[in-house]
Design a protein around this ligand. Sequence first.
Ligand code: GRF
Length: 207
Amino acid sequence: MLNIGVLVSGGGTNLQAIINAIESGYLNNCRITTVVSSRKDVYAMKRAQNHGIPAVYLSKKGKSTEEYDHLLIEHLEQHHVELVVLAGFMCILGDDFNRKYENRAINIHPALIPAFCGTGFYGIKPHVKALEYGVKITGATVHFVELQTDAGPIILQKAVEVRDDDTAETLQKRVMEEAEWKILPEAIKLISEGRIVIDGRRVKIRC
Ligand code: GRF
């Protein structure tokens, strides 16, 4: 059984996709042992509670990155977490967290990295920028977490077509539905089955 800790800061639709994948049996050897929110009273915490998953609010306010790293590490260790999933988590993590969870923490980003990613590209921003640039294809990426934002080796990507009548909001919704909610559980499944091989920057998938 793979123990997963999910870090959230918002609505938690990606958390819900993981919960659904566990409950449907798609992720048959995984369980979420804790959900951590960096924001108080977000809907993601309610989603966890609705499914009997312990959820806590760990505020970064007044803490250095190092202090917050240690608080998180201690909490994740208490819950025997083996894989950390950043699902819309809005805090920057530091060296200590990254060292501790090297190749054991993944993030979902709503664009095809290396496009529309990095500092400042959160929330609706990647979609606004994708429309401004005029790309015809965007999508989502699941990657391992590294110190630099959105920088670690890519595990899975899925493309989504941009339509002429898209607004940032319609594009955001479609990227979630068609890409994020699919590739995040899929990446977790691959990891839980030990099918991921990291070869430098390249992530290879064993059959
Ligand atoms: C998603 O678009 C995810 O890709 C990004 O933050 C958003 C979180 O949405 N990192 P939700 O809280 O999972 O609904």
